[in-house]
Every structure is written in structure tokens, then in C-alpha cells.
Design a protein around this ligand. Structure first.
Ligand SMILES: Nc1ncnc2c1ncn2[C@@H]1O[C@H](COP(=O)(O)OP(=O)(O)O)[C@@H](O)[C@H]1O
Ligand SMILES: [Mg+2]
Length: 412
């Protein structure tokens, strides 16, 4: 039996599976679980009913009010999709070809704008932007580094350092993508939100010891160089030197390498300081040769960053400097560190973790909603109170909140 539950945040009082129909692509998906709640979207794992592919569904959290359904046509295009369309067309038709470079960013499968009624005491018609993406099966770099830090890879990791080859590969691949974004098209494209949570890992091949590939995701705040300059021209002037290091209205974007370098410094730290039990003081060891080389690589990034700062101040129209030298060095370091580290305890544990994530993505199960989990608030209570009680219950049984719209199919 199908019960249509169109709407924003839909909670269920019935048991069954949630089916999602993508009207644009004409495909059905089944809801598996929530993957993340990001700053701008609710991220879910769903399975395509006909191909059985497990994919990511992003539902925007910020919604514009609509006058009526026809208003959907006037909604501005989602920024992430706009930028990725641009980057994909540059990839296929590069103005300045970048031979030998493989840029990596997430792949959008399809997307649609939907008119849905918001929940709450005063329901309003709103636009929800929904998109479907290829899954990067290894989660993101913030997740990996915090798991390492919290000792989630087992007691055997105590006294060991984080593998350098993984960090070097990350630097090589992220810089490969950034270099492409800055140099291949008619103008540079900036990501503008390059923290560890927006670098996704994908474990796919057995080559290179099973190391993951690193993809850039979440281009929601990205812009092109000319959009950046146009935006700055409208800003109020900032007194020179008032905010040191922050680019002023007449400078161009100080690129993503600044953010990337400071984000990766956390993980770089774990390649030198062995893991200890919580609250135990770190016991530094003499740095290994590969960790010294990683330091040099980090220094190289800092040096190029300094060059960029000068270029940006001198000429707002300039592109960021080349990252080719860093990419080359990082690739060499990845290969030599891998030879030394491939039989070490942490390397084996991290690769086994990657294999388990890859296997998990093949075994995703549809989520079963259970009606008895959440009693409905009594009807005699005021509508507002009912709403509050539902919210409280939803928080308690948070896993039952699925961003809609979807259709509940009752289980037998
Ligand atoms: N294609 C994907 N593959 C794997 N994980 C993803 C994917 N897209 C998003 N995620 C996960 O969801 C989180 C939030 O998604 P993101 O695209 O960064 O949205 P937001 O703009 O809300 O931050 C990410 O940090 C990542 O862990
Ligand atoms: Mg994000």
C-alpha cells in the first residue's frame, strides 16, 4: 500500500520503507540511512531501485518560499551544480589543456527542484532542491582524521604515526584538482570552502596498496574569478592592514591553498606525533625520513601561498601560481613512502577500514520504519503542543526523520 507523504521534514507513524520518486529522471530510489547533516544540506544514502546502485541524495536545508508551483521556474540555479557544469565543460574542452592531470570532483547524477509544503503550525509552499550524486565510499577527510585521533582504529595504533603516503597522495590529488580549476579554463574557479569535511575519499582499486582517491565535494560556495571581483567591487572599503591576511576589496580571492594547507596541518601533525591514550602526553620520536619530506612539501605549499599573496595584491586579474611542482613532489613522496609504510600496522589498518567501507556500500539495507517506536501525541492537546511533542519525539527517534518528499510503502 502506498501512502503519499509529500512535505518537508516528514516523520512517520507507520511502518515500512521510504520510496523516493525522482520525477526528472523517472527513477525510484529507496531510503537506506542518513549519511550526514551538512551546513547546507541533509545528506542521505539511497538505492536506485532498478540499477541497485547506492547513491547520495542531497536535500537543501535552506528553502525559498514559493507563491505557487509555477514559481519554481524562476528559482535561481543551485550554485554547486552551476559551478560543476562549468568545470565539467572545461574538462571536456579545456582552453589551456593540462596534459597528465586528473581533476577529481563529485559527480551529479540528476537533480530537481520540488515544491513542497513546510511542516509546522503555518505550512508554506517552499522550494526544496534535491540532487543525486555518485557515492564516494570512504566518507570525508574530517571523519578519517577524527577517527584516527579518537583511536578508533584499535589499540594496536598506540605508539604509531599516521601514514605519510596517505597525506602525500591527498596533497597530490587535491592540488591536481585545484591546479586544473585555476589554470585550465578561461578564468580561475575557486572552491572557497576547502575544509577537510569537503574532501571525499573513494576506495576503488587495489593498485597503490589500496590507497583511496581524493575528490573535492561541496561546491556550494564556489565562484569564478570574475564573480569574485564583481562581488568585491560592491564591498565597503577596508582600511589597509586592518585585517592582516584577509583580502581587501581591490584584491582577488586568496585561493583555497591557504585553507587546504591549514586543514591538512592537523593530519600532518599525526604523521610526526605517535598516537597515545586520551590524556596521555605525546611521546615524540625522531622524525622519519618521509615525515621530514612531508614537512618540506608543506613548506613548499606555504612558499607558493606567499607567491600568491604577492600576485593577488599586485594584480587582481592574475591567476594563482602553478601547483605542478608540488604535485610532482607529492607524487614522488607518495610512491617512496608507500614502499616503506605498506607493511606497517597503521597502513594495514587504514586500508582494511577502506575495504570495509567499500564493502558496506555494496550491502546497504533499506531502512525499516517502525510505527510503535513513536507514539502520536494525544489529539486533545493544543495543536502547538502537539507540534512540540512531535519535535521532541522526533529528536529522540531522530533516525526516523527523513527529508522529503517521499512515499511510504508499508511492509507486509
Ligand atoms: N557524494 C558523496 N559521497 C560521499 N559522501 C558525501 C557525498 N556528498 C556528501 N557527502 C557527505 O555529506 C557531508 C555533507 O555534504 P556536503 O556536500 O559537504 O554538503 P553541505 O554543503 O551541507 O556541507 C560531507 O561532508 C560528506 O561527508
Ligand atoms: Mg560540506
Amino acid at each position: 500500500m502506498f501512502t503519499y507523504l509529500g512535505g518537508g521534514r516528514v516523520r512517520t507513524g507507520k511502518s515500512g520503507h521510504a520510496y523516493i520518486f525522482n520525477a526528472k529522471s523517472g527513477e525510484f530510489y529507496i531510503y537506506n540511512r542518513e549519511l550526514a547533516v551538512g551546513a547546507q544540506s541533509n545528506v542521505q544514502l539511497v538505492t536506485n531501485v532498478s540499477t541497485h546502485e547506492v547513491v547520495v541524495r542531497k536535500v537543501s536545508r535552506h528553502r525559498r518560499d514559493l507563491k505557487d508551483e509555477s514559481d519554481l521556474a524562476t528559482m535561481p540555479r543551485d550554485n554547486e551544480l552551476r559551478i560543476l557544469d562549468r568545470l565539467n565543460s572545461i574538462r571536456h574542452n579545456s582552453v589551456y589543456p593540462q596534459p597528465g592531470l586528473t581533476p577529481r570532483w563529485t559527480t551529479c547524477i540528476s537533480h530537481e527542484d520540488l515544491a513542497i509544503m513546510s511542516t509546522g503550525p503555518r505550512p508554506r509552499l517552499q522550494c526544496a532542491q534535491v540532487s543525486y550524486w555518485k557515492l564516494c565510499n570512504g566518507s570525508d577527510l574530517a571523519d578519517l582524521s577524527s577517527r584516527w585521533y579518537r583511536g578508533e582504529f584499535g589499540k594496536e595504533m598506540l605508539g604509531h604515526v599516521f601514514p605519510v603516503c596517505l597525506v602525500a597522495r591527498c596533497i597530490a590529488q587535491v592540488c591536481e584538482t585545484l591546479h586544473f580549476m585555476y589554470q585550465a579554463g578561461p578564468e580561475a574557479v575557486y572552491h572557497n570552502d576547502l575544509h577537510l569535511g569537503n574532501i571525499f575519499l573513494h576506495y576503488d582499486s587495489r593498485s597503490n596498496g589500496g590507497l583511496p582517491d581524493f575528490y573535492l565535494g561541496d561546491f556550494g560556495l564556489a565562484f569564478t574569478a570574475s564573480e569574485d571581483l564583481a562581488g568585491r567591487a560592491k564591498q565597503a572599503p577596508v582600511a589597509p592592514g586592518l585585517f592582516p591576511g584577509i583580502d581587501g576589496p581591490n584584491e582577488r580571492e586568496r585561493w583555497d591553498v591557504v585553507t587546504f594547507r591549514s586543514a591538512i596541518e592537523n593530519i600532518d601533525h599525526y604523521t610526526r606525533i605517535p598516537l597515545t591514550e586520551a590524556f596521555d602526553p605525546p611521546s615524540p620520536k625522531p622524525p622519519s625520513e618521509q615525515s621530514v619530506r612531508l614537512q618540506r612539501l608543506m613548506y613548499m605549499l606555504k612558499f607558493i601561498d606567499g607567491q600568491d599573496e604577492q600576485l593577488a595584491a599586485r594584480n587582481p586579474q592574475s591567476r594563482p601560481p602553478s601547483l605542478l611542482e608540488v604535485i610532482l613532489e607529492a607524487k614522488k613522496l607518495e610512491a617512496s613512502a608507500l614502499e616503506i609504510e605498506r607493511d606497517t600496522v597503521p597502513f594495514k589498518a587504514l586500508m582494511a577500514w577502506g575495504r570495509s567501507l567499500k564493502a558496506r556500500a555494496l550491502r546497504e539495507e533499506p531502512y525499516v520504519f517502525e510505527s510503535e517506536k513513536r507514539p502520536e501525541p494525544p489529539e486533545r492537546v493544543h495543536v502547538f503542543m502537539q507540534q512540540q511533542m512531535r519535535v521532541a519525539q522526533a529528536e529522540k527517534h531522530g533516525e526516523d526523520i527523513v527529508e522529503g518528499p517521499w512515499t511510504l510503502v508499508e511492509s507486509e
